[in-house]
Design a protein around this ligand. Structure first.
Ligand SMILES: Nc1ncnc2[nH]cnc12
Ligand SMILES: [Zn+2]
Length: 338
């Protein structure tokens, strides 16, 4: 990749649509929060913790990710974590970000829902004031927990309905198909919430079908396994269902062996509205620009692909049509002069 293309990709305006705020907790912040809250960690040092980030699959990552999140206790902790991510996003020229949070990871430990959403949301408000960075929240249900627990979480969330725009489905995919949450998503749909779900990351293409047909999601998170099914691939392209692809995550969790084997180019060539995102940047080796650069360094991606990826990121965002058109114009202007 030329230096010019790398600079172009780094500085182009972009939206991020798939990142878990708990996955932005850097080891240094985990240690700082542990100390602030008097929590003893089973790791001697930051380096020791970082060494534990050697994952073999999704579950091996999730075990460490949930352990890391246990240092979050106060509203200020949630604020500090979110603010640290927003600074990184701003530095990567992210103009709009849709952030996942996992309330059940915290409410299960006795941390109140208002503390979680209050701290995260206050940071979003400050980023809007400070940089004009637009950010919204998507509440994720943990799919390894029950339907009843998801309904209980939705109930707890309703007094805060003004602070989140949609719901998603994350955690252990295999054995927890989307249809387990069909009734929860039906209720969320009635409430006017946007709907997304992780599907086809480790799970089979069937999970992408059921996310679309039983949950009625508007985007698929990951979805990279769709290419195993040509009928599904054609449908995603025809219906322009966006995929929020997370390349470095896919390598760390061994969905693909090497970044050179990543299928984003095939997805784009098939006409799918793929986007590039960081998933859990503190755990997978980088923020959104690191994901773009890793792809552009390893695959024959061009300036035109960069343009399409930037456009796709805003086109798939849950924002009003006027704001969307303004962002898309900004991308066009950037590429007209860069
Ligand atoms: N990549 C991922 N897949 C499923 N659940 C997650 N929670 C955080 N990151 C996740
Ligand atoms: Zn994810």
């Amino acid at each position: 990749m030329t230096e010019a293309l790398s600079d172009l990709v780094r500085s182009m305006p972009k939206a991020e649509l798939h990142m878990h705020i708990e996955g932005s907790l850097e080891p240094e912040l985990i240690f700082a929060l542990a100390e602030r809250n008097g929590v003893t960690l089973p790791y001697a040092s930051v380096e020791d913790l970082r060494r534990a980030y050697a994952f073999t699959d999704l579950q091996s990552f999730l075990d460490i990710y949930y352990a890391g999140a246990s240092v979050l206790q106060t509203e200020r902790d949630f604020y500090d974590m979110t603010w640290a991510y927003l600074e990184r996003a701003h530095a990567d020229n992210v103009l709009h970000t849709e952030i996942f949070f996992d309330p059940q990871t915290h409410t299960e430990r006795g941390i109140g829902f208002p503390i979680v959403i209050g701290g995260i949301h206050r940071a979003l408000t400050d980023a809007q004031k400070e940089w004009g960075l637009s950010a919204s929240l998507i509440l994720c249900f943990l799919r390894h927990l029950s339907e009843a627990e998801a309904f209980a979480t939705l109930e707890e969330a309703m007094p805060h309905r003004d602070k989140f725009i949609g719901v998603g489905l994350d955690s252990s995919e295999r054995g927890n198909p989307p249809e387990k949450f069909e009734r929860v998503f039906a209720r969320c749909r009635e409430l006017g919430l946007h709907l997304v779900a992780h599907a086809g990351e480790e799970g089979p293409p069937e999970y992408i079908y059921t996310a679309l047909d039983k949950l009625h999601v508007e985007r698929i998170d990951h979805g990279v396994r769709c290419l195993e099914d040509p009928v599904l691939t054609a449908r995603l392209a025809r219906e322009q269902v966006a995929l929020t692809v997370c390349p470095l995550s896919n390598i760390k969790l061994r969905v693909f062996d090497r970044i050179h084997d990543h299928n984003i180019l095939e997805l784009l060539d098939a006409g799918i509205a793929a986007t590039v995102n960081s998933d859990d940047p503190a755990y997978f080796g980088g923020y959104v620009n690191d994901n773009y650069v890793a792809l552009f360094e390893s695959l024959p991606l061009t300036r035109d692909h960069a343009y399409r990826l930037a456009r796709n990121s805003f086109a798939a965002a849950f924002i009003d049509e006027e704001a969307k058109a303004a962002y898309l114009r900004q991308v066009d202007d950037y590429f007209a002069t860069a």
